[in-house]
Design a protein around this ligand. Structure first.
Ligand SMILES: [Fe+2]
Length: 159
């Protein structure tokens, strides 16, 4: 079996790679806050189950953020680390308020689909550059998001 190695990200595409990696880090932060927003403001018949599900999700996102940023540092890419920067580069939207429980679930499902697709794209570029440790961390996050997206969509179909 080929040994999975980790190389630093260098070369002409390094700046672009840094930008894409930081966009996803910013999205993780926006999602983390959005999940808290929905956890606090969820109303309706499914309050107890969704309140709890959103908490489970933001707890996982918290772990993803730290591992992702630290794996960026391993390959010598600097993670952005201020809310101002995150809001400038994030590609998903913050919570706007006044969403029904079904709209919250639909919104999160769309975010997870978008983020997992973007993460897989970045992961493939990292694999080309042999940056395997970061690629592995990203795969784990994308897999988690795909699974939660499946659960959220199953929840919506059930209604
Ligand atoms: Fe709570």
């Amino acid at each position: 079996m080929a040994k999975r190695q980790t190389a630093n990200i260098k070369g002409t595409s390094a700046k672009n790679m840094e930008k894409e990696l930081n966009e996803q880090l910013a999205n993780l932060h926006v999602l983390y806050i959005k999940l808290h927003n929905y956890h606090w403001y969820i109303k309706g018949q499914h309050f107890f189950s969704l309140h709890e599900k959103f908490e489970e999700m933001y707890d996982k996102v918290k772990g993803h953020i730290d591992e992702y940023a630290e794996q960026m540092l391993v390959v010598q890419v600097k993670p952005l680390a201020t809310m101002k920067d995150y809001l400038q580069v994030a590609t998903i939207d913050e919570a706007t308020g006044n969403k029904s429980e079904e709209e919250m679930v639909k919104d999160l499902s769309e975010d997870l689909q978008r983020m997992s697709a973007d993460l897989y794209e970045v992961m493939e570029q990292l694999e080309d550059k042999q940056a395997m440790s970061l690629a592995d961390a990203i795969q784990e996050i994308a897999r988690d998001f795909q699974k939660d997206d499946w659960m959220l969509r199953a929840y919506l179909d059930k209604e």
